[in-house]
Design a protein around this ligand. Sequence first.
Ligand SMILES: [Zn+2]
Length: 434
Amino acid sequence: MVEQDKIILAAEAANGIFYGMQTLLQMLLAEILGNSKIDLPLQIPCCFIEDKPRFGWRGMHLDVSRHFFGINFIKKYIDLLAMHKLNVFHWHLTDDNGWRIEIKKYPELTKTCGWRKNLEHLPWNVRDNPNDPGNGIYGGFYTQKEIKEIVKYAADRFIIVVPEIEMPGHSREVFAAFPQFSCRGEKLTVAPGGYWPNVDIFCAGKDETFEFLKNILLEVIELFPSQYIHIGGDEANKTRWKECPFCQQRIKDEKLKDVKELQSWFIKQIADFLQSKNKKLIGWDEIIDGGLIEDATVMCWRGDGIEAAKTAVQKGCDVIMCPNPYLYFDWKQNENDKGAFGVTTLEKVYNYDPVPQDFSQTEARHILGAQGNVWTEWMPSEASVEYMALPRMSALAELTWTFLENKNYPDFLKRLDKLVDIFSLKKINFNSEF
Ligand SMILES: [Zn+2]
C-alpha cells in the first residue's frame, strides 16, 4: 500500500515481501537508473495492491550444453528471473554436445565429455564433416563449488534450481569417455553440432549403467536441495536397444513388451532410486509413452501438450506445461528473426493458458505451472540468449502469476514499456520489435 507519506509492504512469508519489493522496483528503477543525479524524493502514485501468484511453478529453463555460459551470466539470468517473480531455474546441464557438471567420482565427465571440436564458425546443423579439423576445442563446465554458489545465489532470491541430467537419450557426450555404458561399447566424440536422430543412448540391459547413473545422481542430490530432479527422458531413439543383446535380454527377464516399455522400466529404476533419497523425478513427456511411472512429474512439451497432460493427471501425476509452439523461446519471435522452428510471438506467449479448457477443477489442480525453455543450439552468445528470452520471459511471468480475469494484453504492453527501459539501463539485450 502506498500512501502519501509511507509505503507498507505486508506478506505471509518472506518471499511475499521479496515479490512486493520487485513490484516497487519496477515502479522506481527506470527513474533511479536513468538519472545520474536522482531528484529526491522519488515519486510513486498512491495505490493499494493485493496480489498472489496463480501457479506455484513459474520457471525458466536454460540449456548450457549446446552452448556454455559461465557463472556470471547464470547469475545475471537468475536476476532476470527474480525481477520477474519467477521461482524455478531449470538448469539443463548435460546433453550430446557437452557435460557441464563436475562429478567427483567420474572426473572424465568434465575433462573429456565437457569439450568438443570447435566448429562455431559453422551453422549448428552443418557440423557433421568428420574431416573438418575445427578451431581447437569448445566447452566448459561448472565445478561443484560454483554449483553451490549458484544454488545459494538463487535461493537468496527465492528461486529453486532444478538440475537436469539427461537419460537414456541425449547422452552421446558420455560415450566419449565411458563407451562401456552404451549398447555397442563404441567410443564416440562429443557432438560438435546437431546430432539427430540420437541413436547412441545408455544401454538399459547392463546393470553397470544404472550403477554409474546412480553414483552421478548421488552427487547431484547432494548439490541441489530441490525436491525435484529432472532426468530428461526425451527423444531417445531405440535403434540400438532393438539390436542390443543386453537390452533384449532385459526385455525378456522383466517380461516387457517392447523397447517402449523398456524405456519406462529404465525410468522406473531411476524414479525408485530418487524416491529412496526423498527426491521426486521430473521427465519430459516421453516418460509416459511406455506406461507412466506413479509419482513422476511430467513436463509436457510435445505439440500443445494437452494429450500428455491429460494422460498424466488422470493417473494422479502432476504436470508442468511448456508446449513448444507457445513456450519454447528458441522459436522465432517474428518471421524475420533468427531462431529455430516456427514463430512464437510475444502475444502468443502472453495469451497461453497452462490449464487446458476442458480440464475439471480436480484435473487442473495437478497443473503446477508453466515454464519457458531456452534451447541454445542457435544461441552462441549471452546477448543472443537475452534477445531470445526477452521480453517473452516477461509474458511468461504474467501468465504464470496473474489470474485469468486480470490478464490484459494491451495493458501488459503499456507496462512492458517501463520494463524494457530497465532492461536497457541495465544493459540487457532484448528484442525491441515485439
Ligand atoms: Zn543395450
